[in-house]
Design a protein around this ligand. Structure first.
Ligand code: ZN
Length: 147
């Protein structure tokens, strides 16, 4: 179980992928939109999607994907998400997160079937690569990134 730094929310994730995704969630909380407002609407391991695309559910099933703010960012094809992420300041915050984590993590908002709440370890990224990414980005075993 990972506690998202700076935020009263927890995620159940793979022990290595979880470090990277928890650090990403903390950045998201700070720069895109707070995660801990309203009901708990974040998920990691085994969260069931309403409309899983192929390959999508398996990432949650292995604890290598997270969903953030699903009541706001919405599920696949969400109009709320489309409006929110069309705004320049939100797009900019997302681009900063992608610049930091994008070698290892992909955003569902970039998919043809938009899934704005979803972030996952990219296909082909191995556990060793994830561990090295954490080293490179200064992320500890709890998912805390030291800037
Ligand atoms: Zn998801």
């Amino acid at each position: 179980m990972f506690k998202i730094p700076g935020c009263n929310r927890k995620l159940t994730l793979d022990k290595d992928a979880g470090r990277l995704l928890t650090a990403l969630a903390a950045d998201y909380h700070k720069t895109v939109r707070p995660l801990d407002i309203g009901r708990v609407d974040e998920g990691g391991y085994a969260f069931r999607e309403a409309n899983g695309a192929s390959g999508h559910l398996s990432n949650h099933a292995s604890g290598t994907a997270i969903d953030l703010n699903w009541s706001q960012e919405g599920a696949q094809g969400s109009k709320l998400g489309a409006v929110f992420f069309h705004q320049v300041k939100h797009r900019k915050a997302i681009n900063e997160i992608k610049a930091r984590y994008g070698r290892w993590v992909q955003w569902g908002g970039d998919w043809r079937a938009k899934d704005y709440m979803h972030w996952e370890i990219k296909p082909g990224v191995t556990r060793v690569m994830v561990v090295n990414a954490c080293k490179q980005l200064g992320i500890d075993a709890d998912g805390v990134r030291k800037p």
